[in-house]
Write a protein that binds this ligand. Structure first.
Ligand code: HEC
Ligand code: HEC
Ligand code: HEC
Length: 429
């Protein structure tokens, strides 16, 4: 029997990994057909209604990025088996196709609601937060109906995901975690805000579960609400091999966050994978490729408006000293300047600005270190990203050189962030 402490570690790791493949939603509250109108409609009209409902569900599933987590490469869509690796074992996503035995074909609408809103499977047990029910609890009943209608239209598949690691049989532990940290409840629009803001809030908070990666977590892996969206740390398995640490940037408009980004920059980034302020790489690639790039113009603008309205906040760290900054100047000049510029302002077709960059100034430098060691590139095989890619420097820079150049960009051009040391780079190599 694992000790409770280990269980919490499991939960933590899972929660972080849940974040791995996530994304966002939409909204237009189209009135659903009432049962009265259905009764008086013709069969053709009823079929039209249910097609429209399933079509809306398809869009909502994109916004919620169900596919990134439930469609494994080479497998039937939504048949599960995507592995979420944790230091204590592997957990696999479920088959959510309409197959009666292996999928959720026997599930009622109420069953799906209970799973998304409460984290409880129709099989009676508690689900782990690798499945982001902590955000999905905010999805409206009407939208769950649409997702349900859509999932019934996908091809049933008999695939059975592999058995989870033994520790994941300890599902009772989730009852305790839920009691402490989970607040079930639907999204409540704020009547004092414009409709666009409410649409954006719903997409970001409920469907997109952006907080799963971008909000810091406490030692039980629960999100710290007082610091919502101020930047989180996650880990992701890379190329089926190593776990790699990442930091998901501060999304608030504080100086080390998205202060430099306009609403239009954000909307462009969600659709195209880049803007004049930055480009996508790492775990954000799937979010953009599988989800936000496929949402409507008005929905990505609504998300951008909501994100620009988040209360600002950032950690008060000790800024890197002038001496540490100076140590990396020569390396920057030799290796980075041609694309990011001597002023750190970057340039179209060269590279994004590093001056004012949230990736560069993140409290947790993990993503900056990854960019230097492993390069930065948008998703392979997509048209996302206006730039070429940035090459890896792991082979040409030692840990202390990589730390030096990181410190240079963290403390130049008005950037403020804490010092990176060689050991931090070594841990990520
Ligand atoms: C699986 C984890 C994960 C999820 C889910 C996620 N992000 Fe990110 N996000 C990251 C990471 C890691 C980065 C830093 C790497 C990068 O810039 O591509 C990032 C970067 C960003 C950036 C800024 C990039 C920059 O260059 O400064 C924005 C804006 C952003 N995310 C918005 C969102 C929104 C909105 C959502 C929800 C729809 C979301 N993210 C969901 C992990 C995630
Ligand atoms: C971040 C990854 C992630 C996303 C996004 C995600 N899921 Fe899952 N889902 C999982 C994992 C992992 C499990 C298995 C959890 C467990 O076994 O405790 C799961 C389990 C489920 C289950 C329970 C199945 C069962 O047999 O008990 C349902 C239903 C489900 N997901 C539906 C959805 C739908 C619908 C969406 C999109 C709205 C979605 N999921 C999005 C990761 C995800
Ligand atoms: C050949 C041009 C080139 C060189 C040289 C280069 N980069 Fe980059 N860099 C890029 C491009 C292009 C991106 C955006 C990639 C993407 O969007 O996927 C990028 C992204 C980044 C990012 C992420 C910025 C953000 O806000 O999203 C950082 C940090 C970074 N580079 C730092 C460096 C450092 C430090 C060096 C020198 C060690 C360097 N780069 C050298 C082209 C370059």
């Amino acid at each position: 029997m694992p000790r409770p402490r280990n269980l919490y570690r499991v939960l933590a790791a899972l929660a972080a990994l849940a974040a791995i493949l996530v994304s966002v939603i939409s909204v237009v509250s189209e009135p659903q057909p009432t049962s009265a109108s259905t009764e008086t409609s013709t069969p053709a009209e009823r079929a039209g209604d249910s097609n429209a409902l399933a079509e809306r569900g398809r869009y909502l599933a994109l916004a919620a990025n169900c596919a990134s987590c439930h469609s494994r490469p080479g497998g039937a869509p939504f048949s599960g088996g995507v592995a979420f690796e944790t230091p204590v074992g592997t957990i696999y996503s479920s088959n959510i196709t309409p197959d009666a035995e292996h999928g959720i074909g026997k599930w009622t609408l109420q069953d799906l609601r209970r799973a998304l809103h409460e984290g409880i499977s129709a099989k009676g047990y508690r689900l782990f937060p690798a499945f982001p029910y902590t955000s999905f609890t905010k999805i409206t009943d009407q939208d769950v109906s649409a997702i349900y209608a859509y999932l019934r239209t996908v091809t049933a598949d008999t695939y059975s995901p592999p058995t989870n690691g033994i520790l994941f049989e300890q599902r009772w532990a989730m009852a305790i975690w839920n009691r402490l940290f989970f607040r079930p409840g639907r999204f409540v629009p704020d009547p004092t805000r414009p409709a666009q803001w409410n649409t954006g809030a719903y997409l970001v908070e409920a469907l997109g579960h952006c907080d799963a990666c971008h909000t810091p977590r406490n030692s039980f892996m629960a999100e710290v609400e007082a610091r919502a969206y101020q930047g989180g740390s996650i880990s992701e398995r890379v190329d089926g091999e190593k776990m790699r640490l990442w930091s998901a940037v501060n999304l608030t408009s504080s100086p080390s966050g998205l202060k430099a980004w306009s609403e239009a920059d954000l909307a462009k980034y969600f659709h195209a994978g880049f803007s004049l302020r930055g480009g996508t790489f790492g775990p954000m690639n799937e979010v953009i490729a599988n989800s936000t790039s496929q949402l409507t113009d008005s929905d990505v603008h609504a998300m951008a408006a909501y994100i620009k309205s988040l209360p600002q906040g950032e950690a008060a760290g000790t800024p890197v000293t002038a001496e540490s900054v100076a140590a990396g100047a020569a390396i920057y000049h030799e290796r980075c300047e041609k694309c990011h510029g001597s002023s750190g302002r970057g340039g179209m077709f060269m590279g994004p600005p590093l001056a004012g960059s949230a990736v560069v100034q993140a409290e947790d430098p993990a993503s900056l270190i990854n960019a230097v060691l492993y390069g930065a590139a948008p998703p392979k095989g997509t048209s996302l990203g206006a730039w070429e890619t940035m090459r890896p420097y792991a082979d040409v820079l030692s840990d202390s050189q990589a730390a030096d150049v990181a410190n240079y960009v963290r403390g130049t051009w008005g950037n403020h962030a804490s010092r990176v040391d060689a050991a931090m780079v070594g841990k990520q190599r």
